[in-house]
Design a protein around this ligand. Structure first.
Ligand SMILES: [Zn+2]
Length: 90
């Protein structure tokens, strides 16, 4: 996996994709997906291992689609920020 820094602290390599709810807007629905190193463990609502995201994207999308807070567009925007060649089928 390529080196890619955490979008929260910017210090360590990102190893997971986390959904971090926003306190200022709509709570869960106002959250953001960020690639993280593990420093957001206290604030994240949901956590996906980066390798799982890259290798099992379709499966993960199907699973997340059942969550009422899931915003697919924002999720795919986060996927696109990851510096690798993966392309979701969706
Ligand atoms: Zn971090």
């Amino acid at each position: 996996m390529k080196e890619f820094l955490c979008e929260v602290c910017g210090k360590k390599m990102a190893s997971a994709l986390s959904y971090i709810p926003s306190e200022v807007s709509n709570g869960w629905l106002g959250g953001r997906w960020k690639w993280v190193c593990g420093c957001s463990v206290d604030t994240e609502l949901y956590y996906l291992d980066a390798e799982d995201v890259l290798n099992r994207l379709d499966e993960i999308l199907n699973h997340l689609a059942e969550k009422r807070w899931f915003d697919k567009r924002r999720f795919l925007q986060a996927i696109e920020r990851y510096p690798s060649k993966i392309q979701p089928n969706a």
